[in-house]
Design a protein around this ligand. Structure first.
Ligand code: ATP
Length: 240
């Protein structure tokens, strides 16, 4: 449903950060995108979401197809309205707003009723229901990540891009986030592109995985095969 063909991105007219990236995310799957810091993963997500221009970035070559339609010139609201949601790096929630207000903001482009949509989010994340009247800025890191995910999901996207949802979270919370990603994929049929440093977590739930290095895809394999790969084990999973 989402495919990227030979994409090139530059920042500030000069720095070439993506150098011909191609990948595809089939409908209904979870696809993992791995890579070291600075490999270009966030840049790719920005390109997919129409958010490059606010970072002085630009697509100079290639195509992004969402359900066969080229979207590389679309702006962010149009891309969201077409069913592609994203949870940005750093789980940016509106810190001064309550949990429920954050969810309402996320739902302004939804297709069905807002209250039903928010209730569904509370079923996925019971802790958000408990904290519905709390100011988002006072939530724990894990709760803010759940709120950032909830805010994207309330719009009922067909595909969601997650940028390092496990970053900085305790193992128990990472396990919860992982279960929720599986649940939204299985129950809602949401397609997921999951960017992670936590390769074990990502590959354990993904169908397929890509590894990026210096702005290029260097590995492209079923997740199970990547989990067995000795280079991946050494670099991302640690020996053992
Ligand atoms: P991380 O896991 O650290 O977020 P990443 O794989 O997501 O890494 P990117 O954030 O996409 O990598 O960064 C790729 C390269 O692009 C890096 O060298 C980074 O310094 C550069 N870069 C990112 N944003 C900008 C920007 N707004 N202007 C110029 N260069 C940038």
């Amino acid at each position: 449903m989402l495919s990227v063909k030979n994409l090139e991105v530059v920042y500030n007219d000069v720095v070439l950060v993506l150098r011909g990236v191609s990948l595809s995310v089939p409908r209904g799957q979870i696809v993992a995108l791995l890579g070291a810091n600075g490999a270009g993963k966030t840049t790719l997500l920005r390109a997919l979401s129409g958010l490059l221009d606010i970072h002085d970035g630009e697509i100079t070559k290639g195509q992004i197809l969402l359900d066969e339609k080229p979207i590389q010139r679309w702006n962010a609201p149009r891309i969201v309205a077409a069913g592609l949601g994203q949870v940005l790096e750093g789980r940016r929630v509106f810190g001064e707003f309550t949990v429920e207000e954050n969810l309402r903001v996320g739902g302004h482009t939804r297709r069905g009723g807002l209250s039903e949509s928010i209730e569904e989010i509370y079923e996925l994340f019971p802790v958000l229901k408990e904290r519905r009247k709390r100011t988002a800025g006072y939530l724990s890191g894990g709760e803010q990540q759940m709120l950032a995910m909830g805010r994207a999901l309330v719009a009922q996207p067909d595909i969601v891009l997650l940028d390092e949802p496990s970053l900085g979270l305790a193992p128990r919370i990472v396990a919860q986030i992982k279960d929720i990603v599986v649940q939204i994929n299985e129950q809602r049929g949401t397609t997921v592109l999951l960017v992670e440093q936590n390769a074990m977590m990502a590959l354990s739930i993904a169908n397929h995985g890509y590894v990026m290095e210096h702005g290029k895809i260097v590995m492209d394999q079923p997740a199970e095969a990547l989990l067995q790969d000795s280079d991946i084990r050494d670099f991302y999973l640690g020996r053992g």
